[in-house]
Design a protein around this ligand. Structure first.
Ligand SMILES: [Zn+2]
Length: 133
């Protein structure tokens, strides 16, 4: 229900919203929502909504809390001071698919025949043992 102060501007009784408003006078009435619309739409009536003190539920809208999300800054690693990479990191020596290492010493070769020759010449005992296996 709305309490409205309605002023009838005409010289006739105006009936709006189920209420009769005497001519050239102001009447305070309680009307429903539809009656309020009817009164406000009437050009013969000048209405003013009377809000009871301390009761203004329609005027105050709940303030929704605004969730403040701080911008997430990506954690970047510190800038590397060395911009030039070591050449050995980028240019890895292509290792041979097959590498033959001498089981006795640190001799290495990608040639199986070369390793056999090495063992036969440098490590004759080992050479004989490998042949016997
Ligand atoms: Zn060797």
């Amino acid at each position: 229900m709305h309490q409205v102060s309605v002023t009838n501007l005409t010289r006739q009784v105006v009936v709006r919203g189920g209420r009769a408003f005497p001519p050239l006078s102001t009447t305070t009435a309680f009307v429903g929502k539809s009656g309020m619309k009817e009164i406000q739409a009437c050009i013969y009536l000048k209405s003013r909504l009377v809000e009871p003190e301390g009761n203004t539920p329609q005027a105050v809208e709940p303030i929704e809390p605004i969730e403040v999300v701080p911008p997430v800054e990506p954690v970047e690693p510190p800038e590397p001071t060395e911009t030039v990479k070591e050449p050995t990191e980028t240019d890895d020596p292509v290792e041979s698919e097959q590498e033959y290492a001498c089981p006795v010493c640190d001799y290495k070769t990608d040639n199986k025949r070369g390793l056999q020759a090495h063992i036969r010449q440098r490590h004759p005992a080992e050479y004989e043992r490998l042949r016997s296996e």
